[in-house]
Design a protein around this ligand. Structure first.
Ligand code: ZN
Length: 201
């Protein structure tokens, strides 16, 4: 990379920071920009700035949103008695693509991981409890991953719900072993949701 002028070398280095993008891909991205029309790089730069300035976490469910409440939380045609708990906004997108869930979501923005020092206060559990304690929700569906962190999160939430008047179910296992939900195909995800079982009634 030393052979490149600084403006190119710096951009290659910047693109290399994206997940899954190595120096060679970063190099190809820079050359794509060099070959394209000037307005193309302006457009890209604008989009990058925009995504940070205009995207927030929904104040209710912590899904990504351009407004205080996301498009799912403001959709009144959904079932307020069902709440699907996931780890990441990407999981909401996966379930929405599967298309069978008609309740609301709660995004934890992580999962419990004692090894990594992620405890209950680091993820959106307090906010989950506040929503459940409003009394409308009848079923909390755990759509967390089957990784050990997801497992710890399931146990913790089941414990939290113990004396609360809600059913806690969990999506069928086997769908996300070794994978995050985003890589699970839509039909499998729909089946996993359909095949959910009670962990606390
Ligand atoms: Zn929301």
């Amino acid at each position: 990379m030393k052979a490149y002028p600084p403006s190119i070398a710096n951009l290659i280095q910047a693109f290399s920071k994206f997940p899954g993008i190595g120096p060679r891909s970063a190099e190809r991205m820079v050359f794509y920009l060099l070959k394209s029309e000037p307005q193309e790089s302006h457009r890209m730069a604008d989009l990058i700035v925009r995504v940070k300035e205009h995207t927030f976490f929904c104040s209710q469910c912590f899904n990504l949103s351009e407004a205080k409440l996301c498009h799912i939380c403001t959709d009144e045609n959904r079932n307020p008695e069902e709440l699907l708990v996931v780890e990441d906004p990407k999981d909401v997108i996966a379930f929405e693509k599967a298309g069978t869930f008609r309740g609301y979501y709660h995004v934890l923005l992580g999962s419990l991981s004692p090894q990594e020092g992620i405890g209950p206060d680091e993820i959106r559990l307090k906010e989950l409890l506040q929503r459940v304690d409003k009394g409308t929700i009848k079923e909390v569906i755990l759509g967390t991953s089957a990784r050990s962190e997801g497992e710890a999160t399931v146990l913790y939430i089941s414990e939290l719900m113990k004396n609360r008047p809600v059913t806690v179910t969990r999506i069928a296992r086997g769908v996300s072993v070794g994978h995050t939900l985003e890589f699970t195909d839509q039909a499998t995800l729909a089946r996993a949701l359909e095949g959910r079982h009670a962990v606390k009634s």
